[in-house]
Design a protein around this ligand. Structure first.
Ligand code: FAD
Length: 459
């Protein structure tokens, strides 16, 4: 009799695992059923801001594989609009509600893949029936916002609450849609994924684009007129709004796992071992935004919900479920984003993380151009490096700048991943031609400055 794999969650991690398992075991050997409570499988939430801005014209472009493709090409039985409501580890069963037709199904499993993603953080004031308030996590959220932006009366004033990368990307999308945008952030600065000195550059650029930034301010409520949002309420008074977008971060979606008794780690996400197996439970695997990962620099378990990790972790789980052998090597927190033309990249530890992890370190910031200074289109970028003292090992890096800035973070991520020192980095053989870099690439210039700050010889 075929073994049975049940997957909970039909997006990046869940479907990567399902397809990898299928590549290794055919349907006579392994039956695969995937439950997804939403309307789509394998969709790119990451593309939502660019769909809202109009850069991506069609929702279907954001769906990598639909349920039909999984059925016909992979023999995976996808059950859309089915929400798993319980996992019974003793009976090896899941219980799922049919959200369209009503009723409940019970399905047996030999192997379980838990890939429920994350839940957007929603304060009490955001639990409302008032129209014009949107979270931003699924394609349905994106579609609802686009409908609202295009319906009459057309909204003119947008407030984005929360200045993480989703809030910042949504602010850009709304500006490009022609709205006036205010971004409210309760911390001292938006973009807390980089250090304050680098975030300041992002804030300046956002203001330059016409986005009003209100840092150090908490939203406490919403005002409405005729059932439509009319303002967000703050301690400094109301801010008028015809549309409100929430970008307050996410937490791991562990409710089902917790109820079933799966282990939850110190970061609040599901614990997994290197092969993405949930420890202490037979044949239960987990991946993506619902799990914690090992941070390779701090050595701590962290919850960093990113699509890049979800896909890799899902693949690792699927290879193992299929009978192969794979491990997930951990994360270093590499991420890139942009606000209109301004690009932001980060990897490794920020100063506050390095301090919390107990490192002694130096940090330097350099400014240099993306191309030879004389070459048309040359623009500045700021590169920040954080290096351990006295070893010189790179601990973290951040880049803020115009064209071709953000992806330079990948060079730094590779250096950091491999434990390079800033002294080693000054000798890296990076490509040079005037259209692509100055003769000393910004990465090399920053490494040299870090060597100077450490007081070591350098090259
Ligand atoms: C606007 C936006 C922009 C982003 N941009 C980037 C980016 O540029 N780069 C990057 O790396 N990451 C980005 N991300 C994050 C990325 O989308 C997530 O990290 C990734 O989708 C996580 O994949 P996942 O499979 O773990 O979880 P999810 O994509 O959240 O999928 C989990 C699925 O499980 C389903 N589910 C949950 N509970 C149940 C249940 N009980 N029963 C049935 N189904 C259930 C959900 O409906 C969901 O479809 C962005 C996210 C958003 C929202």
């Amino acid at each position: 009799m075929a073994q049975r794999l049940i997957v909970i969650g039909g997006d990046a991690a869940g479907m990567a695992a399902a397809s990898q398992a299928r590549r290794r075991r055919d349907k006579r050997d392994l039956e695969i059923v995937a439950f997804e409570r939403g309307h789509f499988t394998s969709y790119s939430a990451c593309g939502i801001p660019y769909w809202v801005s109009g850069l991506v014209s069609d929702r279907d472009q954001l769906v990598a594989r639909d349920p039909e493709t999984f059925r016909t090409d992979f023999d995976i039985d996808v059950r859309l609009r089915h929400e798993v409501t319980a996992i019974d580890l003793d009976r090896r069963e899941v219980v799922a509600s049919d959200l369209e037709r009503g009723g409940e199904v019970r399905e047996r499993f030999d192997t379980l893949m838990y890939a429920t993603g994350a839940v957007p953080i929603k304060p009490d004031w955001a639990h409302t029936d008032v129209d014009g308030v949107f979270g931003m996590q699924t394609l349905d959220d994106g579609a609802a916002l686009i409908d609202w932006l295009e319906a009459d009366p057309k909204p003119r004033r947008a407030v984005v609450v929360g200045g993480g990368y989703i809030g910042v990307e949504m602010a850009e999308a709304l500006i490009q849609h022609g709205l006036t945008v205010t971004l409210v952030e309760q911390a001292e600065q938006p973009m807390s994924t980089v250090d304050p000195d680098m975030a300041e550059l992002v804030v300046d650029a956002m203001r330059g684009l016409g986005i009003t930034i209100r840092p150090g301010l908490s939203v406490t409520g919403l005002d409405e007129r005729d059932g439509r949002v009319s303002a967000v309420v703050t301690a400094e008074g109301p801010i008028p709004a015809d549309v409100v977008v929430l970008g307050l971060g996410v937490r791991p979606n562990v409710a089902l796992a917790q109820a079933a008794g799966l282990p939850i780690g110190p970061s609040g996400a599901v614990r997994v071992d290197r092969r993405m197996r949930v420890p202490g439970v037979e044949d239960v695997w987990a991946a993506g935004d619902c799990v914690e990962s090992l941070h390779r620099v701090s050595g701590m378990p962290v919850h960093i919900p990113l699509g890049t990790h979800a896909n890799k972790q899902g693949r690792v789980a699927g290879i193992n479920i299929g009978g192969g052998y794979a491990t997930f090597a951990g994360v270093i927190g590499t991420a890139v984003t942009k606000v209109c033309e301004l690009e932001v990249g980060r990897t490794g530890l920020r100063e506050r993380d390095a301090r919390a992890a107990g490192f002694d370190f130096v940090s330097v910031i350099t400014q240099s151009t993306n191309r030879a200074g004389y070459y048309p289109g040359a623009r500045f970028m700021s590169v920040k490096l954080i290096a351990e003292k006295p070893s010189g090992r790179l601990l973290g890096a951040q880049i803020v700048g115009w064209s071709e800035a953000a992806k330079r973070i990948d060079t730094l991520a590779v250096a950091l991943w491999n434990g390079m020192t800033v002294d080693d980095m000054t000798a890296l053989d990076l490509g040079y031609a005037p259209p692509y870099a100055p003769v000393w690439d910004p990465v090399l210039i920053a490494a040299r400055k870090a060597v100077d700050a450490l007081g070591t010889t350098g090259r």
